[in-house]
Design a protein around this ligand. Structure first.
Ligand SMILES: NC(=O)C1=CN([C@@H]2O[C@H](COP(=O)(O)OP(=O)(O)OC[C@H]3O[C@@H](n4cnc5c(N)ncnc54)[C@H](OP(=O)(O)O)[C@@H]3O)[C@@H](O)[C@H]2O)C=CC1
Ligand SMILES: N[C@@H](CC(=O)OP(=O)(O)O)C(=O)O
Length: 365
């Protein structure tokens, strides 16, 4: 139950997919969201969830969800929901999520479709919840009473901005970021990358991923303008990303080098301290899913590793290690983010908890 004693009815779009299954797994044990309606494509609609979904989580499929009948993703079938979590395929997410918004529903989307919209907040919950300040403007623009749409970020971008945020706060503008990812196969959905392509191999291309990291970082680390009607993107920072797919099931690893604008740059010790002491607003306001530490700094020379560190903070923490001087830029480190928890479904849920705490969810009694 939330601190105000309410239980919120949640709808899940794309409930059969990789992100949808993670939503089910996280929401089924959540104290104040209850899964009310689940939706997927017309191929699955009308059938019992346990009969069509290929359940790939390591936790058991909750029996009450297994028995639920999957619905078409039509807003009229979700009107009783206080909040909608979308894990829809991006081929269809744009149009379907817009129809839910127009029906005055609250949508937390994982898909890329609305992330660049100038009135849609792109929120990583442990980084920029202040971007919720744009919601009143979005509502008035679309003549909505209670609905709004917020997206969470690309999974690789999510890990990166969590590490950059405390450094930008402590040491001023970051001039350059070079990031190389090693991304898990669960990021490609199911069945995703063919086993014959990924086993014994590394694939140095993920369609659209580098462009997303280079754009989304600037929106997330920017701020809402003075009139709360748009976003000021970072204009000073340049990001260059190399994205690779590796044979790991969950957890994106990223090697990051950065250069600060201010000279002299901070020392390795100062950077380590800023990362280690970072406290996000979601922690301060006591959100249920907020990790105890948004960033865990490891001193072990051979960490972070996906198999060992992806579940840190129940998948909501970013683990950073190997902080050291960079001979070309200023400082470099390696980070790890759980791509389907903080990098996807977990962000949507924690964003909804923040929205509730900020009084943005109008719950029907
Ligand atoms: N995997 C990850 O790590 C991350 C994924 N994302 C994003 O989240 C979204 C989901 O990704 P993922 O779970 O990996 O994808 P999947 O391919 O595993 O799942 C896609 C889901 O969309 C549903 N769907 C497909 N077509 C339609 C349709 N026409 N109408 C309604 N539902 C439809 C599918 O239902 P059905 O089973 O019936 O076909 C399924 O539930 C994507 O936009 C992705 O880019 C974001 C961050 C990280
Ligand atoms: N592209 C990511 C997952 C994903 O779907 O990202 P996005 O939400 O930005 O489309 C990966 O392959 O790991």
């Amino acid at each position: 139950m939330s601190s105000s004693g309410v239980i919120l009815k949640a709808g899940i779009l794309g409930a059969t997919g990789t992100v949808g299954q993670r939503f089910i797994s996280l929401l089924s044990k959540h104290p104040f969201f209850t899964i009310h309606v689940i939706g997927a494509s017309s191929r699955s609609a009308g059938k019992e969830y346990s009969k069509v979904a290929k359940w790939k989580m390591t936790t058991t499929l909750p029996a009450e969800v297994g028995d639920m009948v999957i619905q078409e993703c039509k807003p009229e079938l979700f009107v009783e929901c206080d909040v909608i979590f979308s894990g829809l395929d991006s081929d269809v997410a744009g149009e379907i999520e817009t129809s839910f918004l127009k029906a005055d529903l609250v949508v937390f989307s994982n898909a890329k479709n609305h992330r660049r919209d100038p009135v849609v907040p792109l929120i990583v919950p442990t980084v920029n919840p202040s971007h919720f300040n744009l919601i009143p403007h979005q509502r008035s623009l679309h003549s909505l009473r209670k609905g709004f749409i917020v997206t969470n970020a690309n999974c690789s971008t999510t890990g990166l901005v969590v590490a950059l945020k405390p450094l930008q706060d402590a040491f001023g503008p970051i001039e350059a970021v070079i990031v190389q990812t090693m991304q898990a196969i669960s990021g490609a959905g199911y069945p995703g990358v063919a086993s014959l392509d990924i086993f014994d191999n590394v694939i140095p291309f993920i369609s659209g991923e580098e462009e997303k990291m280079e754009y989304e970082t600037l929106k997330i680390l920017g701020d809402v303008n003075e009139t709360a009607t748009g976003f000021n993107m970072l204009s000073f920072t340049k990001v260059s990303a190399y994205c690779n797919r590796v044979p790991v099931i969950d957890g994106h690893t990223e090697c990051v080098s950065i250069k600060f604008k201010n000279r002299p740059p901070p020392s390795v010790e100062q950077v380590t301290q800023a990362l280690d002491s970072y406290v996000s607003e979601s922690q301060l306001i006591g959100c249920y899913s907020a990790p105890k530490k948004s960033i865990i700094v490891t001193a072990d020379q051979d960490r972070p590793q996906p198999r060992l560190d992806r579940d840190n903070g129940d998948g909501y923490s970013v683990t950073v290690g190997r902080v050291r001087e960079c001979n070309v830029l200023d400082v470099k480190f390696t980070l790890l983010v759980h791509n389907t928890i903080l990098g996807a479904a977990g962000s949507g849920i924690l964003n909804a908890e923040i929205a509730l705490a900020k009084g943005l969810l109008k719950v029907e009694s």
